[in-house]
Design a protein around this ligand. Structure first.
Ligand code: TYD
Ligand code: MG
Length: 473
């Protein structure tokens, strides 16, 4: 629970209302909407029990997240200098990949993830790698300097001469920034910061917003003199959004999320927004006792090697950002005891699963309406593209019939509502990747049939309709 400001005491209330321009508001901790009255459900985003009482401070006038740097002068784009957009690589290849090639001076980057997933570890490693190229500063609001130092020693960092600051008051931090003008600053975490201009508790939506806005303003104002890139660490709430959540995503340039599968040592960093690069790009790391180690060739990481072929498992090639990955889609179809069969999708979209099962029924005559269907992507990977449609249905059918699919087979393709198999992007590249890993057969959409010129050491079965595809397993 985020700390709330309670003013249920009538004395406190009358004191508060006595001050001019301050009034009690209820702000949603999920979307940031503000209301004059409390209610159980947020009228804006529909979340329950997220309204928290606070005091609305007079809005700092004319100071949004925008950049009042130009003094109002209109310029032609061609006159705007571009010299300051040179990227600085962090030295961690996988992090650079998600950032689009390195750190852009003036950029504000938000890194979100569950507590304990490795955000502080990664950033400390990045700071150490950058040391020497850029003046850096690590501001910690969560751990003491002793803890940070212990961690750095444990990581065996090449250099320990890292400037660190334990501080949570934004004004002091900005003061330090103005004095020391570092080129790269990490604030760990944004939820611990507070500004004196607001009375709300640290971690509340209004504090998060105002602190972020001031930091963005600072970063943009430094663009001229060498620039300063800022990384904000944000914890993710149970619901999966950065706490005080979405409200920050539009204010920053880049949003990265840490993902992982419970129990797995692999960590995936995904760019969900990037003003300086591609989104959905992935960086893959492994957590070791010496910190996060890059996995620069993760292509076959998300396969579980079965000794024997097992029913319900199909390998697909998904594209994450600019890189193809082989992943295993698993489905378990099981007789449903209740009259209300369950559809559960992990790493895939639940609605899409339901839709695909309807297509399977309507166009292949296979009814799973009395069966529970559980679908999962191995290794905690999340697939956000339609290329997983066909493998998902083949895995469902394989599990339903109790018949394994050949282990040297890969499948990809989008399934349309009319039972047609539609093409996906970069079909050839996917086939080449599968072939590299020794797969001998592929079921692909007709329109993704490789051109003659492509030499593949595999049999490619191109299908146009769902029933054709089902006939091949
Ligand atoms: P941390 O970076 O503190 O997570 P966050 O900042 O996202 O909350 O990561 C802490 C976890 O990582 C902790 O559970 C222990 C593990 N870890 C290692 O396995 N090896 C290491 O070298 C380090 C520093 C941490
Ligand atoms: Mg941390």
């Amino acid at each position: 629970m985020p700390p709330a400001q309670h003013h249920s005491n009538p004395m406190a209330k009358s004191l508060t209302s006595g001050r001019s321009a301050r009034k009690t508001v209820y702000s949603c901790q999920n979307c940031g909407a503000e209301f004059p009255k409390w209610s159980g459900q947020c009228g804006e985003c529909g979340a329950w029990n997220t309204l928290v009482e606070g005091i609305s401070a007079p809005k700092p006038r004319g100071r949004g997240a925008g950049l009042p740097v130009s003094g109002g002068a209109v310029q032609n784009l061609s006159e705007v200098s571009e010299e300051d957009s040179a990227r600085v690589p962090t030295g961690l290849g996988e992090l650079d990949r998600v950032l689009g090639g390195g750190i852009v001076p003036g950029a504000v980057i938000l890194i979100g993830g569950d507590p304990g997933i490795g955000k502080s570890t990664l950033l400390l490693q990045a700071l150490a790698a950058l040391q020497g190229n850029l003046n850096t500063l690590y501001v910690t609001g969560e751990e003491s300097l002793t803890q940070v130092s212990l961690r750095a020693r444990r990581l065996g960092l090449p250099r320990l001469d890292l400037p660190v600051l334990a501080e949570t008051r934004l004004e002091s931090i900005l003061d330090t920034l103005h004095r020391t003008t570092p080129g790269f600053v990490v604030l760990d975490s944004i939820q611990t910061l507070h500004t004196d201009t607001l009375e709300a508790a640290p971690g509340s939506v209004s504090q998060l917003r105002e602190c972020t806005a001031q930091l963005v303003r600072y970063a943009k104002a430094q663009e001229k003199g060498g620039g300063c890139a800022i990384v904000l660490v944000g914890h993710v709430t149970k619901e999966g959004a950065i706490a005080g959540p979405r409200v920050l995503e539009h204010m920053v340039d880049t949003v990265l999320y840490f993902e992982h599968d419970a129990g797995s040592r692999y960590r995936i960093v995904r760019a969900v927004k990037n003003r300086f690069g591609a989104v959905n790009e992935l960086g893959v790391f492994a957590m070791t006792d010496g910190g996060l180690r890059e996995v620069s060739n993760p292509s076959a990481l998300f396969l579980s090697r079965h000794e024997q072929p097992v029913p319900g498992s199909v390998i697909t090639v998904t594209r994450q950002g600019s890189r193809p990955l082989l992943v295993e889609v698993q489905v378990l179809v099981d007789g449903s005891p209740a009259g209300n069969p369950r559809r559960v999708a992990l790493g895939l979209e639940g609605n899409r699963l339901a839709m695909l099962l309807a297509v399977l029924h309507r166009h292949a005559g296979i009814a799973l309406s009395d069966q529970d269907v559980f679908a999962n992507v191995v290794g905690g990977m999340r697939i956000q593209e339609t290329a997983a449609d066909l493998p998902l249905l083949l895995a469902a059918l394989s599990s339903f019939r109790g018949r394994p699919v050949a282990q040297d087979l890969v499948v990809f393709g989008e399934v349309g509502l009319a039972g047609e198999i539609r093409p996906v992007q970069a079909g050839e590249e996917r086939l080449v990747e599968a072939s590299k890993h020794g797969f001998k057969r592929a079921i692909v959409p007709e329109a993704n049939r490789p051109r003659r010129a492509v030499k593949l050491d595999m049999e490619v079965i191109a299908v146009a309709r769902l029933d054709q595809a089902l006939g091949h397993i």
